[in-house]
Unconditional design. Structure first.
Length: 309
């Protein structure tokens, strides 16, 4: 089940569940994966930026990926393999692809500045891990400090065959989506799936501009699935009402530094993971922040009963 141009829907970014002592919580991995399947996820991404992948040993990363790939065997599972060097990237890639991964996600190092440097990096990455491996390009300049213009992305996807999907997280980035879809319409670029991150903050208009879905870790992935289902049924206003109800919590969870702590706290409250623990270094929620999250949940519950937790 390799990733290809048909990818669409919701690919949640899965957090890595830990017990309070910092060990990996395998029971919560199964429970969380089952929930993703039950709520209608069409794919899954593990070991992403907020999956705390850099805090895992290589064997731990393989074990987490293996467990989720086995548990979610009916949908494509993408594994984040971003690493400082191609040797480590290649080693993790080959192991997870042998386990049944659908592809890998690679973010650019923050040393890249010019279009030629960025293009060269992805071309070399594709050669290093094997040109048979589908690659998701993570375009997240707010974090990685690497700017990928639409013209550069067109060249990358036209000339590097194994690039299979764009994880769009530019901000503001709505016009970038429109420009890329324009390239497809005029025949200068092949059709690519565009799934959006940024915690879904702009998902409503990203879908309207031509994005194919969400690739983010918001603590209510079931809402994201319902939102897209409503739009597909032509119920655009109902979809917008649902999205608007969640937007204050989406915004709060998107905060740099504490966003993962918020996400894990809510997922723990929902019973999806046993603990909100992170590995160090980690952002934490103080009493004021927890109270604010609870207030947001109470307000959300007036419009969405899933928040009554």
């Amino acid at each position: 089940m390799l990733l290809d141009h048909r990818a669409r829907g919701v690919f949640p970014i899965a957090p890595t569940p830990f017990l309070d002592d910092g060990t990996i919580d395998t029971a919560s991995i199964d429970r969380l994966t089952d929930f993703y399947l039950e709520c209608g996820s069409t794919g899954l991404t593990v070991l992403g930026l907020l999956g705390e992948a850099p805090k895992l040993e290589h064997k731990e990363a393989v074990a987490v990926a293996a467990q989720m790939i086995r548990r979610a065997s009916s949908i494509p599972v993408v594994v984040g393999v971003t690493a400082p060097g191609f040797a480590a990237m290649r080693a993790l890639t080959r192991e997870v692809m042998d386990l049944g991964a659908a592809g890998v996600m690679i973010a650019p190092p923050n040393t890249l500045r010019t279009d030629e440097q960025i293009f060269g990096y992805y071309r070399q990455a594709a050669q290093a891990i094997g040109t048979d491996v589908p690659i998701v390009v993570q375009d997240y300049p707010q974090v990685f400090q690497v700017q990928m213009s639409p013209t550069l992305l067109r060249r990358m996807f036209q000339e590097i065959d194994s690039l299979a999907m764009l994880k769009h997280e530019d901000w503001p980035g709505l016009d970038k989506i429109s420009t890329l879809r324009g390239y497809e319409r005029d025949g200068s670029m092949r059709r690519i799936p565009i799934l959006c991150g940024n915690n879904g903050v702009f998902l409503d208009y990203e879908i309207a501009r031509g994005a194919d879905g969400a690739n983010t870790g918001y603590c209510f992935p079931d809402m994201l699935c319902e939102f897209l289902a409503l739009r597909e049924r032509g119920e655009a206003e109902a979809a917008q009402d649902l999205f608007d109800a969640h937007l204050p919590l989406i915004r709060y969870e998107q905060q740099p530094g504490v966003g993962l702590a918020v996400r894990k706290h809510v997922m723990m409250r929902r019973g999806l993971i046993a603990s909100a623990a992170q590995r160090m270094p980690a952002g934490t929620l103080n009493a004021s922040s927890r109270n604010e999250v609870e207030h947001l949940l109470q307000r959300l519950a007036r419009k969405d009963p899933r928040a009554r937790i």
